[in-house]
Design a protein around this ligand. Structure first.
Ligand SMILES: NC(=O)c1ccc[n+]([C@@H]2O[C@H](COP(=O)([O-])OP(=O)(O)OC[C@H]3O[C@@H](n4cnc5c(N)ncnc54)[C@H](OP(=O)(O)O)[C@@H]3O)[C@@H](O)[C@H]2O)c1
Length: 429
């Protein structure tokens, strides 16, 4: 085995695939098990497009599915992306031929993880996806390997660098969501169609995977509750800050009385909280184990170098023969996450209300909230230019979210309230 050459078939030569080819060209001695790995064949859409490294000597396949099935490769590396179509067909073909698959494709694994895990295990082929979550920061291996001796109670963090960059820049520069999004697109931090990122879907794919690994269940993307950052207003970023909080897009999977909740939503974290201190395109994750307690990791969640390093770590696992079930337990024993009844969630909340400047308003708001059964933790009234009214913001103690929503509806009905109130949760970790 020591002098074995592992022939990689690499499909997708964009940011991550190009990064991997560069890694392999710079680390010809990459030999975690004594043997070494080479790019034996490649595939992408356009053969003529310039690439990060010279690929003229590497055999080319027009069809990634043919590459995945080729007897000339030992490991299939899928770096195309997308939950369906070519990426899925190629991964299925490789697994059906018993070939190990390494992928960075969170959408594919979050949406088809169970059927792919069954296929992988039926054919004795590893299916590895370290790069799919947090790029180069090793969240997947931590949950799949290091945490199996404990019982995970919660995983929660910042899993989308684009949203984190937008929220960080809105606060730092005082510019609106739309302006900062346009800048992020110019800088290449956001796609031309940013829906997957700003709508929370990318973070939801990732937390779906982490939840499956953490709780030993099959990923079920359909069970994730998803809110993006599009509705976060500069006014709320400023008011939250005045109350001692920062708004982040939080992805969380929590063990709750009725099961596990998997959710993505904008939430407030105290200014000195590690999530608040995670700025720009960085990602961060808390893992809470019953015995170990809290672990916190922070690092790059994207980019050619970090992501290629994560892909290489999975290739090393294939080369060393490390074997784990795809999602912590044998695929046949995995149950799908059930969607929890949303009305049973509880949280602390931030509520922002725009009112006419008239006597008795604060008393009316306080009474209405108390009547709804919600108890106030902190309260702030502050005139803000061009806000369209006087903002009153408050944070609440923990209450069922159905009760909080009822309180917000009652407040919206008050005479002095000039716009629909805005409610955000306070981060659960
Ligand atoms: N970018 C990151 O930092 C990052 C981080 C973590 C995970 N990921 C994941 O890694 C995967 C790849 O992302 P990326 O950013 O590298 O994407 P990308 O830059 O858009 O590259 C995609 C590659 O796939 C090829 N491709 C697309 N459709 C194809 C088809 N039908 N047949 C053959 N090749 C096809 C493209 O070919 P052409 O070059 O010829 O157009 C391109 O080389 C995705 O699953 C993504 O979610 C990315």
């Amino acid at each position: 085995m020591a002098d074995r050459t592992w022939r990689l078939g690499v499909a997708g030569l964009g940011t991550v695939g190009g990064g991997l080819l560069q890694f392999l060209s710079e680390h010809s001695g990459f030999a975690p098990a004594g043997g070494h790995a080479v790019a034996a064949a490649v595939s992408a859409r356009s053969r003529s497009r310039p690439r990060r490294v010279d690929i003229s000597d590497i055999p080319w396949f027009d069809d990634p599915v043919a590459l995945a099935s080729s007897p000339d490769i030992d490991v299939f590396v899928e770096l195309i992306g997308g939950s369906d179509g070519t990426a899925k067909a190629a991964v299925e073909a490789a697994l059906a031929h018993g070939k190990p698959v390494v992928t960075a494709n969170k959408a594919l694994i979050a949406e088809h993880g169970l059927e792919l895990a069954r296929l992988a295990e039926a054919h004795g082929a590893p299916l590895l996806f370290e790069a799919a979550v947090m790029g180069g920061t090793p969240a997947v291996k931590m949950l799949r390997e290091a945490m199996v001796g404990d019982e995970v109670m919660a995983v929660a963090g910042i899993l989308n660098g684009t949203c984190n960059y937008i929220l960080t820049e809105m606060e730092a520069s005082g510019r609106s969501f739309t302006e900062v999004l346009a800048e992020a697109q110019r800088l290449g931090y956001a796609e031309a169609d940013p829906t997957m990122d700003i709508g929370g879907f990318d973070a939801a794919h990732k937390i779906t995977l982490l939840a499956a690994l953490a709780f030993g269940q099959a990923p079920n993307f359909a069970a994730a509750e998803i809110e993006g950052v599009q509705a976060v207003e500069l006014l709320d970023i400023r008011m939250a800050r005045d109350l001692g909080y920062r708004i982040k897009l939080v992805a969380a999977a929590l063990r709750e009385p009725g099961g596990v909740s998997v959710r993505v939503y904008p939430a407030l974290a105290p200014l000195n909280h590690p999530l608040s201190l995670t700025s720009g395109v960085l990602n961060a994750l808390f893992i809470e184990g019953r015995r170990i307690g809290r672990i916190f990791i922070q690092g790059p969640g994207a980019g050619a170098g970090p992501t290629a390093a994560a892909v290489a770590a999975d290739i090393a696992d294939v080369m060393t023969g490390a074997r784990r079930p795809v999602f912590q337990r044998p695929a046949e024993t995995l149950k799908l996450f059930a969607k929890l009844d949303a009305s049973r969630h509880s949280s602390r909340a931030y509520i922002r209300i725009l009112v006419r400047d008239q006597p008795g308003v604060i008393a009316a708001v306080s009474e209405t909230i108390a009547e709804a059964g919600v108890s106030i933790d902190s309260f702030l009234q502050k005139p803000v230019e061009d806000a369209g009214g006087v903002p009153i913001v408050l944070t609440t103690h923990e209450a069922p979210e159905s009760v909080l929503r009822d309180a917000v509806e009652r407040i919206a009905g008050l005479d002095a309230v000039v716009a629909p109130p805005r409610m955000l949760r306070i981060a659960p970790i």
